[in-house]
Design a protein around this ligand. Structure first.
Ligand code: FAQ
Length: 278
């Protein structure tokens, strides 16, 4: 399958998204597999290695963000009223609870909430294998109904992504740089939307560390304004919106090398370390 196999596999009546995700480099690198799909619905599963969890037994940011994007996109593009292909324009993830110590896999279930005039919204629930609700995501997709071709020359025929490649280069002023490599691209040849969210999370953690604080992430939302190209570098520039006694909100602009904004990420977290204020 070429090009937009991501969603077309769902529409051609595949019983599972496994065939698709086996070919999808980013999802395969995270061992995220499709369990089943149906009209306006998609289910995914990923193993949870005990040593892969973050502080407070949080889901790894990359798995959380990529699974959110993949699940919501799959559900929306599998909706009978949806265009078969398209892109993510808004994605928000709320982290609700830690993963149970004995949990060994993650189940992600997504449903399309509605598709109208080329736009579709969906919601995904993340549960550990004890059934506990860990996180939820909402997203909005826009279909390719205006006839625009995929960006290309993307391809799914790439080796699985190395999760270690999802990293930022911290800069001294609290901002960060990311060199976009081929392993981070989706089938359209642009930076995978879930990976952009994960990189924004890492960039925000770096900014908090520069401010001397540790935060427990509660919510991260990304607006995808323009495609993030599949080569070159991106600059993640962060600025605090508010620093309260319990909650801090940080806004991160993701800038392309031409200076235009590819995305805006807004994250809210709870202070869990003692902040050092200027
Ligand atoms: C197109 C739209 C969604 C809506 O735009 P509209 O309101 O209709 O406005 P407009 O048409 O003015 O375009 C706005 C700007 O965009 C540019 N441009 C647009 N189309 C193209 C093009 N074909 N090629 C090149 N550039 C294009 C256009 O030049 C303009 O730039 P300007 O402002 O003049 O400098 C835009 O917001 C966008 O691309 N956002 C990023 C979405 C994104 O990257 N999502 C994450 C990845 S997807 C994912 O993860 C899910 C998935 C996974 C795996 C596999 C498959 C899916």
């Amino acid at each position: 399958m070429a090009g937009d196999s991501y969603s077309s596999a769902l529409l051609t009546g595949a019983e599972t998204t496994g065939e698709l995700l086996a070919l999808s480099a980013v999802e395969a690198g995270l061992r995220l597999t499709g369990v089943r799909t149906g009209p306006g619905r998609a289910e995914f599963r990923a193993p949870l290695a005990p040593d892969s969890l973050g502080p407070g037994r949080r889901l790894p940011p990359t798995l959380l963000a990529v699974a959110a994007d993949a699940a919501v996109a799959s559900a929306v593009f599998a909706h009978p009223a949806s265009s078969p292909t398209g892109v993510t324009v808004e994605l928000r993830v709320d982290q609700l609870a830690p993963v149970a110590p004995e949990a060994r896999h993650l189940d992600v279930t997504a449903v399309a909430l509605g598709v109208t005039d080329g736009f579709g919204s969906g919601r995904a629930e993340f549960r550990d294998d004890r059934g506990a609700l860990i996180a939820h995501a909402v997203g909005m997709m826009v279909g390719d109904s205006d006839g625009r071709a995929p960006l290309g020359p993307g391809s799914d025929a790439r080796p699985p992504m190395d999760p270690e490649a999802v990293r930022i280069q911290p800069l001294g002023d609290g901002s960060a740089r990311v060199d976009v490599s081929e392993g981070l691209l989706n089938s359209r040849g642009m930076l995978h939307g879930g990976l952009l969210m994960a990189l924004a999370q890492l960039a925000q953690e770096h900014c908090h560390a520069t401010a001397g604080a540790t935060l427990r992430p509660l919510r991260l939302g990304v607006s995808y304004l323009r495609p993030a190209p599949g080569e070159g570098s991106l600059h993640f520039r962060s600025e605090y919106v508010r620093r309260g006694r319990r909650l801090w909100t940080l806004r991160t602009e993701v800038l392309r090398s031409d200076g235009t904004i590819a995305a805006i990420a807004t994250g809210t977290g709870a202070i869990s370390g003692v902040p050092v204020r200027a």
